[in-house]
Design a protein around this ligand. Structure first.
Ligand code: GLA
Length: 365
């Protein structure tokens, strides 16, 4: 069965049509909920949301990606699935004191779901952008990201940090977005000269990710409490974490050093050093933070040994999903194909997610 077109769903053109990207994080993993720093890039794939008034007093949602329809009354809760993200955004707007009329909502995405590129943040930010345009709401892009995060926590029941929603709201595909999770200040930075990125999916499905994510958050809070600081971002002496008992010592070490890596990278290092920082980040996520799995270790190894690859790491929360590699300009496609051939020869189902994510000069966004 083929999906409904937007025109058929609305019986003409929608009133508004907005979109938002997913994200690939280059550096700064598991730092956002520790008030730290990160450096994501937007994906070229985007999620689209179109809206028009509904004439039957209900919210009528349609996902062209899933070919699924959902209908609910304004006073009802939406069923689980893509509709809960949409409802979460509506409720966040209402919580700010604005009323949202019943709507027809059309959703489609080019983002793979569950591959670690934050398709959920893309959906939330696209929906909030569409509501902002339709209702002329006075929210800036940071406010939008915060509302999207609250929607994710309250309605999708994922206790996430702010990185994904900030990236979906503020990043582009030609720059790295430096984010300070405490102040929510941000800056677009140049990708290292003469480099490009490739993003490869391990094909490993989600498993322990949610429970381990919450466990890591709790460990970080406990480590900060024992160190007598509000968050791990506030650790002034990196050596102080060494006095903590295991595994808090390793968790805190990762966060403190990962923050330092992001700050070094935004200081303007070349591609070679940036790649080293990515390799160090992966080792730290594997050994100290313990969120990698053998498949992600193999995949990053196979990427790293390719000619003209500066560095590679898992991207996102870990336990499944994708890896990103920084490559010499022009080398990414070959490196990705060679690494994937080796990975899949071992019986894995890896695939290319983003063939080449590149420098701003050749980006038309
Ligand atoms: C997930 C969360 C983010 C962030 C990353 C890890 O993507 O949604 O807030 O914590 O994991 O860096």
């Amino acid at each position: 069965m083929s999906a409904l077109s937007m025109e058929r769903f609305f019986g003409g053109a929608p009133q508004v049509h907005e979109s938002a990207p997913g994200r690939v994080n280059l550096l700064g993993e598991h730092t956002d909920y520790n008030d730290g720093y990160m450096l994501p890039v937007a994906t070229p794939q985007r999620t689209e949301v179109a809206l028009a008034a509904s004439r039957d007093g209900h919210f009528n949602l349609y996902s062209a990606t899933l070919d699924a329809s959902v209908r609910f009354a304004p006073a009802e809760a939406a069923p689980p699935g893509f509709a809960s993200y949409i409802e979460g955004c509506i409720r966040m707007v209402e919580a700010e004191g604005f009323s949202v009329p019943p709507l027809r909502v059309y959703v489609s995405t080019a983002l793979p779901v569950g591959a670690g590129l934050s398709s959920s943040a893309a959906l939330e930010v696209a929906m909030l952008r569409a509501l902002r345009t339709l209702l002329a709401l006075p929210f800036d892009d940071v406010a939008l990201a915060r509302m999207a995060q609250r929607a994710e926590i309250a309605y999708a029941k994922v206790n996430c940090g702010i990185m994904d929603q900030m990236a979906a709201s503020l990043a582009d595909t030609g720059h790295m977005l430096f984010i300070d999770a405490r102040t929510l200040s941000y800056q677009l930075c140049e990708i290292p000269t003469d480099s490009e990125m490739i993003v490869v999916d391990s094909g490993v499905p989600r498993s322990l990710a949610a429970s381990k994510y919450n466990e890591r958050r709790a460990e970080c809070d406990e480590a900060a409490r024992r160190l007598g600081v509000p968050t791990l971002r506030d650790v002034a002496d990196p050596d102080s974490v060494e006095a903590l008992p295991a595994p808090l010592r390793q968790r805190a070490r990762h966060v403190v050093r990962e923050n330092a890596r992001v700050l070094e990278a935004v200081g303007g290092v070349g591609a070679r050093r940036f790649g080293e920082l990515m390799n160090e980040s992966h080792a730290s996520l594997r050994d100290d933070y313990e969120v990698s799995i053998p498949a992600l270790d193999y995949l990053t190894d196979y990427l790293r040994v390719q000619p003209d690859v500066y560095g590679a790491r898992l991207t996102g929360a870990g336990f499944c999903g994708a890896c990103v590699a920084l490559c010499r300009k022009g080398a990414a496609a070959r490196a990705g194909a060679a690494a994937l051939a080796r990975f899949n020869a071992g019986g894995m189902q890896g695939s290319l997610l983003i063939p080449v994510l590149s420098h701003s000069e050749d980006n038309n966004e």
